[in-house]
Unconditional design. Structure first.
Length: 282
């Protein structure tokens, strides 16, 4: 247990050293935390959101940490900012006044980052982007410590069109986006189903016309056959029978052709209710 505690303490010390002494490592940690939050909320990297998308702005190249896609071509810009030096110094201080001073420095750092993000005007560089940018702070305690020093921090940041977000509320935002995409896909599927239904209805109506025409033709052929049989019986068959008494008949007997009285069945199921128009092809 003593060995395990020592290893945990050493790893924590290495982490603190990396985050305080290396801005690059600190930035990578914040970006990875942001990516994890978006993924856990149900968004798919490369489809629903993209990391480190860069565009050429008026004041140089802009590269937010994440761009989240919204329906109708909209975008949500997120930038991860993590300034821990003042906060960690405050946690190490035993003197209350020095600790308070460190926390105030931490507050000033958060406000400075918010002002810098607001000045970049991401929303004007990414087309149909939301008119604000989300500043992601990868820890609830980092933001709460700043809010304890200034309860109006949210309002001050939002004046610069910057929305402060921690893993908790960013998960809520990301899940809302995922839900909106789900509803959007359901709406698209419903539209496609409606389109396919209209097309199928049109084809069924056309087929019903063909069936009705074929039934009419069968009825015409039936009537023509019966007329031919009637003419055969009255004009030809009786005349042919008169050869038999004279010994001029053959060994074959002339069969009487049957009359066909059955009529083609109509499509009664497709008949419209009273007061409605009949089904027609589009």
């Amino acid at each position: 247990m003593r060995t395990g505690q020592g290893q945990v303490r050493d790893e924590a010390r290495r982490l603190v050293t990396a985050l305080t002494s290396s801005p690059k490592q600190r930035g990578r940690w914040g970006e990875k935390s942001l990516e994890n939050v978006l993924t856990q909320a149900g968004l798919v990297k490369g489809i629903d959101f993209h990391m480190e998308v860069s565009v050429e702005g008026e004041e140089g190249r802009l590269r937010p940490d994440a761009v989240v896609r919204l329906p109708e071509g909209r975008k949500l810009i997120i930038d991860a900012k993590c300034s821990l030096n003042a906060y960690l110094d405050a946690c190490d201080e035993v003197d209350d006044d020095k600790r308070t001073a460190c926390f105030r420095m931490h507050l000033a750092s958060v406000l400075r980052h918010a002002q810098q993000l607001g000045s970049k005007s991401y929303w004007s560089q990414f087309g149909e982007a939301a008119d604000y940018v989300i500043m992601y702070i990868p820890g609830e305690h980092f933001l709460s410590a700043a809010l304890e020093q200034d309860s109006e921090l949210w309002e001050k940041a939002f004046k610069d069109r910057v929305l402060l977000a921690t893993p908790t509320n960013l998960v809520a935002i990301a899940r809302t986006v995922a839900s909106v995409w789900k509803q959007e896909k359901l709406a698209e599927a419903a539209e496609e189903i409606a389109s396919l239904g209209k097309e199928l209805h049109s084809r069924l109506a056309t087929m019903a016309e063909h069936v009705a025409r074929m039934g009419k033709n069968l009825a015409t052929a039936n009537a023509a056959y019966n007329q031919m049989v009637g003419s055969f019986e009255s004009q030809v068959f009786t005349q042919a029978r008169r050869f038999e008494p004279l010994g001029a008949g053959s060994a074959k007997e002339i069969a009487t052709p049957p009359m066909i009285e059955a009529a083609p069945r109509p499509l009664t199921k497709l008949a419209p209710p009273s007061g409605e128009e009949p089904i027609a092809a589009e």
